[in-house]
Design a protein around this ligand. Structure first.
Ligand SMILES: [Zn+2]
Length: 117
């Protein structure tokens, strides 16, 4: 997906996602969204910057974009200290319970947002 479409669509989605799931108990801020190119992943969340990054060149469809924004938003809702603790104890992307939760979240809810973009 090109950069302009990805940022435009993600910007439409975000207020709806906030309305549906509320803001984080762990952060007073609302996440910023940016796009950038990446070699492998579709997105990332930076707890310190409270920022969702969409790797637009890796996102192949609207469905994948919605799932990516939801996945990263779920990380925004999660506790950053717990997240880091699991990493310190050796969790990886597939075993980390908060990654498992984020994947379940995107899968469960993406269809709720598919008619918005
Ligand atoms: Zn994740």
């Amino acid at each position: 997906m090109n950069k302009e479409k990805a940022i435009a669509r993600a910007s439409i989605l975000l207020p709806h996602i906030i309305r549906e799931f509320g803001t984080s108990k762990h952060d007073d801020r609302i996440p910023l969204i940016r796009t950038k190119r990446d070699k492998c992943d579709v997105g990332e969340y930076n707890f310190l910057k409270c920022r969702i990054t969409i790797h637009h060149n890796q996102v192949k469809s609207k469905k994948e974009l919605i799932k990516t924004v939801l996945h990263e938003y779920k990380h925004y809702l999660q506790c950053p200290y717990r997240f880091q603790n699991h990493l310190n104890r050796g969790s990886d992307y597939w075993t980390h319970p908060m990654e498992v939760a984020a994947r379940a979240f995107e899968k469960k809810y993406w269809k709720n947002f598919k008619n918005l973009i």
